[in-house]
Design a binder for this molecule. Structure first.
Ligand SMILES: *Cc1c(COP(=O)(O)O)cnc(C)c1O
Length: 413
């Protein structure tokens, strides 16, 4: 519920126990919610009753994560079948369930602060919509999210409030971080976060790595996960799944021009810098908030981390060329984020033939419809739950990047 510890670090599990071998041997007998339940029991069992955990897992994991194989060695893991059409629905839904559980019986409302570069806000808004006792404040960078992304943040109303910040995603993230450290605010409001910095978002993202493994017909060929990355929550969740026993041969950190982690993996030096804008805008992050967790999982040992994780980065031109080439070759439409991960896996595969890749497709291509349609020269089918948003009216509060203005607004909220 606290989001961030007082020392401005990040919460991590004190221990990460392994799942039993029998679970992996019989994984094909488990439904997706059952897999989620096993992970929950192992990590947080004892804190919440088994019955309650079962109900949380069932409600959080209520849409599938299917694999589509382009060929025997190239599998696309579709993580966009939730309400906001992006993988962040998994984290957001699970977290909403968990917070509602712990918030039951509180008299003061809980305010969730969330900075978004595009998809987080929509997922959190959908995940928490109408949750009793909880309200959500979403900060997004003005003009830097797509029209439909913006509609996902600004049209629900009820307990969801959108702040349109005249700055970048990093500015939004800085405002949220500062709010948690401000004593006036934390005395006045019960604050929590829903960004990938909250451990409750991270844990459920490990579920679908196991769900992907379950679906692989061939479990002998080494498995490589390629992850299009921004704040590196998704990749960190994969590391968590590996720690819990998932057989992973290699992780691939795939980025756009915001390549501080691939640069670190290559050089051993971490040099955060301001983000630059790209077509895969949900990965436009200059100082990934989960990097500290990655370091923690490797006891800050670069030598070992760079063996498990290979870094690759791509330009927008390479990304759109890949979207087009994959469509022309296979008929499959990837979004720009998935395309970055696809390119990275193909580059890795060039030098490592005896592997199979699971490419995380983190958003539905319709979320980036302008880029995708222009690139493939075809119309993209828009799922109904997204299409209806275009007609809804945007409601957002405009705000600058100064902390004092934000604080004043939040004090009176
Ligand atoms: C958030 C997001 C990412 C980046 O995920 P991280 O966990 O922040 O690395 C990639 N693709 C899409 C579509 C996203 O919304």
């Amino acid at each position: 519920m606290k989001g961030l510890p007082d020392d401005n670090g990040l919460f991590m599990p004190a221990t990460i126990p392994a799942l039993p071998q029998s679970f992996f041997d019989n994984i094909e007998d488990y439904s997706f919610p059952d897999i989620a339940l096993e992970v929950c029991r192992t990590l947080i069992g004892g804190v919440i009753s088994d019955d309650k955990l079962q109900s949380i897992a069932k409600h959080a994991v209520n849409f599938p994560a299917p694999i589509v194989s382009l060929d025997e060695q190239t599998h696309i893991l579709e993580l966009f079948h939730g309400p906001s059409l992006a993988f962040k629905d998994f984290g957001a839904r699970f977290m909403a369930q968990l917070m509602a559980h712990f918030n039951a019986g509180e008299t003061r409302e809980l305010t969730i602060l969330v900075a978004t570069s595009g998809d987080t806000g929509g997922a959190v808004a959908a995940g928490f919509y109408k949750t009793p006792g909880i309200r959500v404040v979403i900060l997004y960078p003005s003009g830097k999210v797509s029209m439909l992304q913006e509609k996902q943040l600004t049209t629900l109303g009820h307990n969801i409030t959108a702040l349109e910040i005249d700055g970048t995603f990093d500015d939004c993230q800085a405002l949220v971080k500062q709010a948690f450290l401000d004593k006036d605010l934390t005395n006045k409001q019960r604050l929590s976060s829903a960004n990938s910095i909250n451990i409750a978002r991270l844990i459920p993202q490990s579920f679908y790595y196991l769900e992907a493994y379950k679906q692989l017909k061939d479990k002998k060929t080494p498995v490589v996960f390629s992850i299009p990355s921004g704040n590196f929550g998704n990749l960190t969740a994969g590391l968590l799944a590996m720690k819990m026993g998932l057989p992973v041969h290699q992780f691939i950190a795939a980025t756009n021009a915001n390549d501080v982690v691939p640069a670190y993996l290559a050089s051993g030096e971490y040099k955060p810098r301001p983000s630059v804008r790209t077509l895969s805008n949900a990965m436009d992050v200059g100082n990934p908030s989960n990097f500290a967790r990655m370091l923690d999982l490797y006891s800050s040992t670069w030598n070992i981390m760079k063996q498990d994780i290979k870094g690759y980065s791509y330009t927008d031109a390479e990304t759109t060329a890949a979207v087009k080439a994959i469509y022309d070759d296979t008929g499959y439409v990837l979004d720009p984020h998935g395309a970055v991960a696809y390119l990275a896996f193909k580059a890795y595969q060039e030098a490592n033939k005896e592997v199979q890749g699971v490419i995380l497709e983190t958003a539905h291509p319709a979320k980036f419809i302008d880029t995708v349609e222009e690139t493939i020269g075809q119309t993209v089918d828009v799922p109904e739950r997204l299409a209806i948003l275009a007609k809804e009216k945007k409601v957002a509060i405009p705000m600058g990047i100064g902390f004092e203005g934000f604080k004043e607004w939040l004090m009176g909220f």
